[in-house]
Design a protein around this ligand. Structure first.
Ligand code: SAH
Length: 367
């Protein structure tokens, strides 16, 4: 597969000069079954995250431009992956950094921190945060990149909140410390035709039973700003210093005001992240107005097309809860009414791990 051979533009013109790289025991002995169970072990997922410059660059600015907050401090990196955030913290002047990760990628992280001269400043622990013993009892700062699609999909925030309660000093800081979930409505005729109405007629056959299933799966994709028909609405704000696990199961009202006359085919969600404790308040958005990130946006198609006039409102609520059978999945229910109409529509959606080709976490892993 990816590592089975060189891609065409890497083939050397002189065949004899082609290097055969010997497999490394830790990562190259893994089979696809192992990667299925430990999807973060493969470098590809980390490549995607590292190359997301909005993501990684924001963490770098938040950490490295705030040396005064890190100087001489102990730092816990929850889910350290390849160790990138740990190294930012070490460079920012932390006295000691502990990085923990339950994936085999941490074997590479160990080599990376050694190769970069951080062996004495960064200690890596392999294991689940919930079960691990750490070499330091209390930390001044927690850093973590825990966000999933639709912010909460992956539920790794639970782990960060637990780390906070167990390991953060009373006046300690969390990077980042604020997350906002935003909501709007979009015109999306063409793509809805392609993704949902496609099932009405497949080579002349009626496949419409799949249409209902397809509609209930939120779609992770990029949406153009010009498709957005309403003002954005902050549906949920999470303060990581005070939030509890229970806060992640919620029902929140929304009120979307149309900015023009148009048709609406879907709701759209995205999130913004703020490092509120930093001097210059580093922040980034994953919204349709902002630079691309690997989180894209999340689209929730409505069963019927909505006709809206400028200034008219769509009111309703969004309920979000971990799925009872698999708490990594999210059950999302959207209730809405248009303008003064009494009639309410309720649609139950399910975000499910198997659907996404990239950043598939924890597949088949037992909790
Ligand atoms: N911090 C890295 C990786 C972020 S991806 C970076 O910014 O590039 C999230 C990482 O958290 C994954 O490597 C995953 O294996 C790890 N992780 C998720 N839940 C965890 C848990 N409960 N305990 C330890 N590691 C966890």
């Amino acid at each position: 597969m990816e590592s089975a051979g060189p891609s065409t533009h890497h083939i050397a013109s002189d065949v004899t000069s082609t290097h055969h790289i010997a497999p490394d025991v830790t990562s190259d002995s893994m089979t696809s079954r192992d990667y299925y169970a430990d999807s973060y072990a493969h470098f590809g997922i980390h490549e995607e995250m590292l190359k997301d410059t909005v993501r990684t660059g924001s963490y770098r600015s938040a950490i490295m431009n705030n040396g005064h907050l890190f100087k001489g401090k102990t730092v816990l990196d929850v889910g350290c992956g390849t160790g990138i955030l740990s190294m930012f913290a070490a460079k920012a002047g932390a006295s000691h950094v502990v990085g923990i990760d339950m994936s085999n990628i941490i074997d590479q992280a160990q080599k990376i921190i050694e190769a970069n001269g951080f062996k004495d400043t960064i200690t890596l622990v392999k294991g689940k945060l919930e079960e691990a013993e750490l070499p330091i009892d209390k930390f001044d700062i927690i850093i973590s990149e825990w966000m999933g699609y639709f912010l909460l999909y992956e539920s790794m925030l639970d782990t960060v909140l637990l780390a906070r309660d167990k390991y953060l000093k009373p006046e300690g800081l969390i990077f980042p410390d604020t997350a906002k979930l935003l909501f709007a409505a979009i015109e999306d005729q063409d793509y809805k035709e392609e993704k949902i109405n496609f099932w009405d007629n497949v080579y002349g056959f009626d496949y419409s039973c799949i249409k209902d299933i397809a509609l209930r799966e939120p779609l992770v994709d990029t949406v153009e700003l010009k498709a957005v028909v309403t003002d954005p609405y902050v549906i949920k704000e999470i303060n990581l210093l005070t939030a509890t696990k229970e806060d992640l199961t919620f029902t929140a009202p929304f009120n979307l005001v149309a900015t023009r006359d148009d048709y609406i085919h879907a709701f759209l969600a995205w999130f913004d992240i703020v490092f509120d404790c930093t001097h210059k308040k580093v922040k980034f958005s994953t919204g349709p107005h902002a630079q691309y990130t690997h989180w894209k946006q999340t689209v929730f198609y409505t069963p019927e097309t909505i006709t809206i006039k400028r200034g008219q409102e769509i009111t309703g609520s969004l309920a979000c809860a971990p799925n009872a059978r698999n708490n990594r999945d999210l059950d999302i229910s959207i209730t809405y009414a248009v303008g003064d109409e009494e009639e309410e529509t309720i649609v139950d959606y399910k975000m499910c791990v198997i659907l996404y080709s990239c950043r598939i976490p924890f597949l088949l892993q037992s909790d």
